[in-house]
Design a protein around this ligand. Structure first.
Ligand code: NAD
Length: 361
């Protein structure tokens, strides 16, 4: 298990250090883990004038999986766009051909009060948003701003998906639903599109329906994106896996992430065709709390659990890490972002140590 560790900026190094503690425990127990560090984002720019140094991309390409902290910081805000930390992230996703972005939204009973929704709407929530990441209107050509004959300017973008792009992400969706069915006893994919208006979506629906025939154990449904946005807050527990394109997924995954209410708890994975993946927390580099030892490392530790499940097919280890996180929450341990009034708060390091202690129990 060759894992590239890219701590990045801000709280990145602090939260990554906690996930590495978990990896070190697993290594001592005999898991064949090999770690190598490289800079990305602002740290890449500081080290070699590039937010994605060649050596970092090479390391990521040669590794089985990448664990990333976060990128970005005030000191880089004035740089030209091509040198900004976020470019490192966009380029590594492209360089690794990561087309499937997975964001689970799961509510921990101990943190139920953090959700902006009523408890009965979200308790027991466990959904997975699968967003296509490399196609759609964000990358379609032609695009631009042109001047019309009457002198008025007009902006335009192109929504485009080819059959193969739709099919490969649909396969990922059905396979994830099967994995989740194995663990939870359910297997449902809801494909979200706008097939009543968009031709791209009509093709999307047709191809997803075709791919579904290869997965008879998984139940497929379709939903228009406007309805999906509404259902996500009305009755989110009806969903298991939501499969959707890049722009709809961008919006719905942020909506879904808020169902749980705590940004410090949300992991993510971005996968290529061979289940190689980049794993990172959904939050940013939180420069406002960097180097204060107060950031929540759980999203990063849960991203590591996703790595074990999706890249290394070690569901046993994934579940063990996840259950260690749950036990830690059950013990009442909280970083500042998830602590309720009157609760004792612990720091980043102590939270990492607590998860390790739970892992060893
Ligand atoms: P952010 O997610 O970094 O922070 C938003 C708020 O949430 C802040 O108040 C922060 O303190 C808090 N927060 C975030 N993660 C936390 C954690 N683990 N524990 C406790 N509190 C946490 O978003 P932002 O402030 O909009 O952006 C800051 C920088 O991060 C910017 O440079 C931005 O470009 C970058 N960014 C990077 C990524 C990424 O690396 N994937 C994603 C989003 C933003």
């Amino acid at each position: 298990m060759k894992i590239a560790i890219l701590p990045g900026d801000g709280i990145g190094p602090e939260i990554i250090a906690q996930a590495v503690k978990v990896l070190e425990v697993l290594r001592r127990e005999g898991l064949p883990v090999e770690l190598e560090y490289a800079p990305i984002g602002g740290a890449g720019y500081d080290a070699s004038g590039d937010p994605l140094p060649d050596a970092t991309l090479n390391l990521a390409q040669q590794s089985d999986a990448v664990l990333l902290g976060a990128v970005g910081g005030y000191q880089y805000d004035a740089l030209p766009r091509s040198l900004r930390p976020e470019q490192g992230l966009l380029r590594i996703r492209k360089g690794l051909n990561l087309f499937a972005n997975l964001r689970p939204a799961q509510l921990y009973p101990e943190l139920a009060n953090a959700s902006p929704l009523r408890l009965e709407v979200v308790s027991g929530l466990d959904i997975m948003i699968l967003r296509e990441l490399t196609g759609d209107i964000y990358f379609g050509q032609p695009r631009g701003i042109r001047t019309l004959d009457n002198g008025e300017r007009q902006g335009f973008d192109t929504m485009v998906y080819s059959e193969s792009e739709i099919a490969r992400v649909a396969h990922v969706g059905f396979q994830i639903a099967m994995k989740r069915a194995g663990e939870n006893g359910v297997g449902k994919v809801c494909s979200v599109d706008k097939a009543n208006v968009l031709d791209t979506s009509m093709l999307w629906r047709e191809i997803v329906t075709e791919v579904a025939k290869e997965y008879p154990a998984v139940e497929l449904s379709h939903m228009y994106v406007d309805n999906a946005a509404m259902q996500l807050v009305r009755a989110p527990k009806q969903f298991d896996v939501i499969l959707t394109g890049n722009i709809f997924g961008d919006i719905l995954s942020d909506e879904a992430s808020m169902l749980t209410g705590s940004i410090g708890m949300l992991p993510s994975a971005s996968l290529d065709a061979n289940n190689k993946g980049l794993y990172e927390p959904c939050h940013g580099s939180a420069p406002d709390i960097a180097r204060k030892n107060i950031a929540n490392p759980l999203a990063t530790i849960l991203s590591l659990a996703m790595m074990m499940r999706y890249t290394f097919a070690r569901v046993d280890i994934a579940q063990r890490i996840e259950s260690s996180v749950r036990k830690t929450l059950q013990r009442g341990l909280r970083t500042a972002d998830i602590a309720e009034a009157g609760m004792e708060k612990i720091g980043t390091d102590a939270m990492g140590d607590a998860v390790v202690a739970a892992l060893l129990n």
